[in-house]
Design a protein. Structure first.
Length: 92
């Protein structure tokens, strides 16, 4: 994931992502095809583990607050390179 996928290039450091259900901060600048996160010294994470940039457990509105970009714009700027999964959580 990177700005080539529609993720904001100027996203601030410490903006969270979810890896294996835990929040980890983005460090450094977002590049065209890559984002660097701090997994911590004793991490058990592996290449290929799922990363959630927003979704269950990390609302897009929270990312919008970090970036100053509206949640609508964050969602609509994603390109076809990004895998997007829609989940219908009917609330009755």
């Amino acid at each position: 994931m990177g700005y080539g996928d529609g993720y904001p290039r100027n996203i601030p450091e410490n903006t969270p992502v979810l890896i294996n259900g835990r929040r980890v901060p983005i460090v450094g600048r977002v590049s065209m095809d890559m984002i660097v996160v701090d997994l911590g010294a004793n991490c058990q994470d592996r290449a290929g583990d799922e990363v959630i940039f927003w979704g269950k457990g990390l609302p897009v509105e929270e990312i919008a607050k970090h970036t100053g970009i509206s949640s609508y714009e964050l969602l609509t700027r994603l390109t076809s390179r990004a895998q997007i999964h829609y989940i219908n959580d009917d609330i009755n």
